[in-house]
Design a protein around this ligand. Structure first.
Ligand code: ADP
Ligand code: MG
Length: 704
């Protein structure tokens, strides 16, 4: 076995056809260092060379095809740089033009032969005729044209640099063709034979060979299925094992009771009745907190579903059990707002709540640090300043993270180390994550969902308007303001051009000022370049209804709570992503008044831009929006997923392979239910492969 592994781990340099120079390119461009890496460098597509088309069958769908026929004429046209060779290629059904821009001499010689050829390339329409540029010319009578019978030719992603160094797709194909016979026999099966048989999966060895060089389409899809299965199944197995490790190995503070803080607040100071969903979630969390194991829970709930109050309740439980708690938010504004709301809410309970962010002054900071160390501070609220090393607690029992997608997994882990026994962690997210994504990204967390909005909320009315409707928009805003309501107006921010964005905002400000002249109307402006205290000042003015219109860049995206605001106007709405639009919309509709979201856009929209705006108009449901988003953009672009590495699949696609995600999740759970430590002999392969995946991250074998 050692020897076998060694072959796969052989440096790529030593593969026939590689050598030190190409090895360097392979490593730099594609991160291919070993035989194994190349084996897992899958083609993105195959070309079917088993079929020869007729000219009359050609359709323009971007695919490469083969034709068989003869050259019936050729001309050199154009001058100097624009010089090209055009030839007519004819089969029994019709003819197309072949075009060469270079190598003209060589081609002319080739054409002299007047024989039959198989040509291969991508047909396009040019001047009303079928055209194929730089086709591959294959002499059907020549021997040994290609090194392997290429019925299905793999196409590999490559790069300009690699191409310059001769590593185009075809060259890479030659390398994989060289590689397969060398490694095929040492590829270790990762799944138990029983599983292979029951699920009718292709053995790994076959799958890895067929993904590069399939015999036919059917083999190719079976190979792809097997490899996707491996990626997804082992991801789920790993996630579930991590969860087990958390449960069994990581002891947690036992918050055995619910005491005076919780009860007093619940009975005397809660300003509304909790929704059933909120009650259920509190129960779920309480069960975790009392279990003696560390809690790692994800709380999902659409914008406005009332997650903050849950955070407060469980921080009170921490307090009831003699522990400190902290709440971390992704932006200064949001953290400030949490701080203000929560310190007000718990004032009657006599708890000390402090605020810490990057802009906290040194003296104040020292004071807070000391209060945290000696246990005087009960609840700490802030930005990621909280995770810095000098922030030390006397006895931290609970961490709540709001809007998780902005925090990396590593930052989460840093919080764990703030107490000898790690604190309980509750992650709250308002970005509804589609089920498959959640399973994959947060598979190691338990999940609670608030699936109900507080009573009396009226669904937000969303409208898509154009510039010509602006006068009507202003009239509408005026009416709302006359009724005592307030308006958000948001301008997009694009990092590359912050200056022009600010100009947009400022131009917007001027036109608003003309339409809503002060002092009759108060207008506020907030943007990212402002000092935190200035931002804060403007936000305060708006929350106290001293200003009626707040213009801002996306700094208000997350979490701001001004229940009296009923209109959200989003300028250049086509420039925002779907989830961002939904987040912004969630800033209104928080009080009892009918609220509106107005999407302003130009007339010409990209088809994707239009789909986004249509989706917003058609539904208020965050989960539906998230699914739309996932379909439009694919998982790689969903906020916060890029850095996680979790979605780094080579072949599986959690959107397209949604069913397989769910299937492998269940299967992994079943396997672990029956054999928690993967100790049974029939699971030996699973255990070995999981061990490889953990690569020393966690000692998973401790599970009993
Ligand atoms: P989010 O889940 O988006 O963080 P918040 O916690 O900010 O939502 O709550 C949104 C608004 O709803 C707040 O003004 C909050 O006080 C209010 N709220 C929360 N729970 C309830 C409830 N059960 N009934 C009425 N209003 C509630
Ligand atoms: Mg919130």
């Amino acid at each position: 076995m050692v020897e076998q592994r060694d072959i796969l781990q052989t440096p790529i340099e030593y593969l026939k056809g590689v050598g030190p120079k190409r090895a360097e390119v392979l490593q730099k461009e594609f991160d291919i260092r070993t035989f194994d890496d190349l084996l897992h460098y899958f083609p993105y597509r195959h070309i079917d060379k088993s079929h020869v088309y007729h000219v009359t069958d050609i359709v323009e769908d971007g695919s490469y095809i083969q034709l068989r026929g003869r050259i019936s004429g050729a001309q050199v046209v154009g001058q100097q740089r624009a010089k090209r060779l055009t030839a007519q290629f004819t089969d029994e059904t019709g003819s197309i033009d072949l075009v060469w821009f270079n190598g003209i001499k060589w081609v002319q010689e080739l054409l002299q032969k007047k024989q039959e050829y198989i040509i291969f390339g991508k047909p396009t329409v040019f001047n009303g005729r079928w055209n194929m540029t730089h086709p591959e010319m294959i002499d059907p009578y020549a021997q040994n044209e290609s090194p392997v019978p290429m019925r299905f030719m793999p196409l590999y992603n490559t790069s300009d640099i690699a191409k310059k160094k001769t590593l185009d797709s075809k060259a890479i194909a030659k390398l994989t063709a060289n590689l397969l016979p060398v490694v095929k026999e040492v590829i270790q099966e990762t799944l138990p034979d029983d599983m292979l048989n029951n699920l009718k999966l292709m053995p790994l060895k076959e799958a890895l060979a067929n993904i590069h060089y399939p015999e036919n389409n059917q083999q190719l899809s079976r190979a792809a299925l097997r490899l996707k299965f491996d990626e997804l199944f082992f991801t789920q197995l790993k996630m579930l094992l991590m969860k087990q490790i958390n449960m069994q190995q990581i002891p947690g503070h036992r918050f055995g009771k619910v005491g005076d803080y919780f009860n007093t607040f619940y009975k005397n100071h809660l300003p509304f009745e909790l929704t059933n969903a909120q009650k259920r979630v509190i129960k779920e969390i309480r069960a975790d907190l009392g279990s003696g194991h560390q809690m790692n829970r994800l709380l999902q709930g659409d914008v406005g579903s009332g997650k903050t109050i849950i955070a407060l309740f469980i921080m009170l439980i921490a307090k009831d059990n003699g522990f400190q708690a902290c709440l971390m938010a992704p932006t200064e504004i949001l953290a400030t707002q949490h701080y203000e709301k929560i310190s007000k809410q718990v004032a009657p309970l006599g708890l000390r709540v402090e605020f810490l962010s990057g802009s906290t002054k040194a003296a104040k900071r020292r004071q807070i640090h000391e209060g945290l160390r000696n246990g005087d501070v009960d609840i700490l609220i802030g930005t990621h300043a909280l995770i810095e090393d000098e922030v030390q607690f006397q006895n931290l029992g609970l961490v709540v993270i709001d809007e998780q997608h902005r925090f990396g997994v590593e930052q989460r882990a840093k919080l764990w180390r703030k107490n000898t026994t790690p604190p309980h962690v509750l992650v709250m997210t308002a970005t509804p994550i589609p089920r498959t994504l959640a399973m994959t990204l947060y598979g190691d967390l338990d999940v609670s969902v608030i699936d109900e909005l507080p009573q009396g909320r009226k669904p937000i009315v969303t409208k898509h308007l154009y510039e010509k409707d602006r006068a009507a928009l202003f009239g509408f805003m005026q009416k709302q303001i006359e009724q005592g309501r307030q308006v958000f107006m948001v301008y997009p921010l694009i990092k590359e051009s912050e200056k022009t964005d600010l100009l947009d905002l400022m131009a917007g400000y001027e036109s608003i000022e003309r339409a809503f002249p002060p002092p009759k109307y108060g207008i506020g402006v907030v943007h990212g370049k402002m000092k935190p205290e200035d931002k804060d000042f403007e936000m305060q003015r708006f929350s106290k209804n001293q200003s009626q219109i707040l213009l801002s860049t996306t700094v208000i995206e997350v979490g701001i709570d001004v229940p009296n605001a009923t209109v959200m106007v989003i300028e250049n709405a086509e420039r925002f992503g779907l989830s961002q639009l939904h987040q912004l919309r969630g800033r209104v509709g928080r009080g009892g008044n009918q609220s509106y979201c107005i999407l302003m856009s130009k007339y010409e929209l990209s088809s994707e831009g239009r789909k986004r705006l249509d989706a917003m108009v058609s539904t208020n449901d965050g989960f539906e929006i998230a699914n739309f988003d996932l379909q439009l953009r694919g998982p790689g672009d969903i906020q916060g997923t890029q850095q996680s590495g979790m979605l780094d699949f080579k072949i599986a696609d959690i959107v397209k392979d949604e069913k397989l995600v769910a299937y492998t999740r269940n299967l992994a759970a079943q396997v672990l239910d029956n054999d928690p430590g993967l100790r049974r002999p029939e699971h030996r392969r699973l255990a070995e492969n999981v061990a490889k995946l953990f690569k020393g991250e966690v000692n998973w074998s401790v599970i009993s």
